[in-house]
Design a protein around this ligand. Structure first.
Ligand SMILES: Cc1cc2nc3c(=O)[nH]c(=O)nc-3n(C[C@H](O)[C@H](O)[C@H](O)COP(=O)(O)OP(=O)(O)OC[C@H]3O[C@@H](n4cnc5c(N)ncnc54)[C@H](O)[C@@H]3O)c2cc1C
Length: 360
């Protein structure tokens, strides 16, 4: 009997979990090593918006657009009913010329979007105190609790014979004549045929035995969760001073303005209170809304801002997948990377995102 290729994935966030699933689908023997507990770090502090509304290049837009479908497929396959909603987004974060530019860009991309006036927004979101004069509805978008999604994926992988070891920190790689054959960890060594570093914001830390690490420009963000409320919000709302959405369990997830960097001098609880105040100012009937949790997290952002996905030339058998918007991208990236690793098929969607751009 031929042995299945043995793949170790370092990191159990949405990216590592998605890669584990897709590699297992292609008949690999999976071992996920996680230095903490499963589900990831950034994945546990994410806003979780699944979208292609924003992309700084046409290649990135194409990847994000396809990724929405990738997440839909995952939702059809696994039971994600408690962590995934396809509620669409109402966006009025910018005004004036910036709003118009965003709408024009969506039109020219043929993105699934409609321009709504105040009355139309009020009908869709009757609990807004004062609907904006206009908003863009991007009806194909969704949002996910990424930590819970990663755990659901890992549960599926485990039930099909994959293994996960928590509290296992990978400290180095083992290789022979440029070919990787295992990893060193705080609990011992493990052999493998291929290794994927899905270490999120910690990608720059590097490993013993590896003359390579990814330059990062991580950004800090604050996310808050409220208590559970009866269903009253129908979309993800990207307003001019706060963004928020209602989860399946009734709680709201909210964040400060998207993609910004958290001021290190700011107190997260103070920022959370200000954020709650902004939400309250926008909504009717939220007297009982309180903060249940405040999290500060690192967005894993490679130095040039774009995802890094693919083979690391430094060692045969070594791959990496590190990115922001990893919630949007995770399930698709898992599939594309698994196909590259196990079938040798390189998707054109990944052409611009190879780690080779950081190798000299
Ligand atoms: C505030 C905020 C808002 C965001 N909003 C969005 C959004 O709306 N939409 C979106 O798509 N994305 C969003 N993101 C980004 C998204 O959350 C991340 O891109 C995604 O979660 C990254 O997943 P990951 O698996 O790569 O990283 P993580 O979830 O961090 O997982 C990496 C794992 O690797 C483990 N690890 C690291 N080093 C080692 C080691 N040496 N040995 C063993 N284990 C190791 C870590 O412990 C961690 O569990 C947001 C992020 C933040 C912080």
């Amino acid at each position: 009997m031929t042995q299945l290729p043995k793949i170790i994935i370092v990191g159990s966030g949405i990216i590592g979990a998605s890669i584990a699933l897709a590699c297992q689908d292609l008949n690999a023997d999976i071992l996920v090593l996680e230095q903490g507990t499963s589900g990831g770090v950034a994945s546990g502090t994410s806003f979780g918006w699944i979208n292609a509304s924003f992309a700084e290049s046409s290649a990135y837009y194409a990847l994000r657009l396809e990724a929405i479908e990738g997440f839909r497929n995952l939702g059809l396959r696994l039971d994600l009913k408690d962590s995934l909603r396809w509620q669409g987004t109402l966006w009025w974060e910018d005004a004036g010329a910036d709003f118009d530019a965003q709408w024009t860009k969506m039109l020219s991309n043929g993105y699934a979007a409609r321009l709504l006036n105040k009355d139309e927004v009020s009908v869709l979101e009757p609990n807004l105190v004062d609907a904006p004069e206009k908003a863009i509805l991007t009806y194909a978008e969704g949002a996910a609790l990424a930590h819970e999604t990663a755990k659901s994926i890992l549960k599926h992988v485990s039930s099909n014979g994959g293994k996960l070891i928590e509290n296992c920190m990978v400290t180095g790689v083992q290789s022979h004549y440029g070919r990787l054959h295992g990893v060193k960890t705080n609990v011992g060594d493990f052999n493998c045929d291929m290794l994927v570093l899905a270490t999120g914001a910690q990608a720059q830390s590097g490993m013993d035995g590896l003359d390579w690490s990814l330059p990062m420009a991580n950004k800090t963000g604050m996310i808050l969760q409220t208590n559970r409320l009866p269903p009253f919000l129908n979309h993800t709302l990207m307003t001019s001073d706060v963004h928020f959405r209602q989860n399946v369990d009734g709680s709201l997830t909210a964040g400060e303005i998207f993609g910004g960097d958290f001021n290190p001098a700011a107190n997260p609880n103070t920022l959370a209170m200000q954020t709650l105040k902004r939400i309250r100012a926008q909504l009717k009937n939220v007297e009982t809304m309180t903060i249940a949790d405040v999290k500060v997290g690192q967005r894993p952002v490679p130095k040039d801002g774009f995802p890094v996905i693919g083979a690391v030339n430094e060692l045969d058998g070594l791959f990496t997948a590190v990115m922001h918007s990893g919630v949007t991208l995770g399930p698709l990236v898992g599939e594309l990377l698994a196909a590259q690793m196990l079938l040798g098929s390189k998707s054109a969607l990944l052409a611009d995102f190879s780690p080779a751009r950081f190798e000299v």
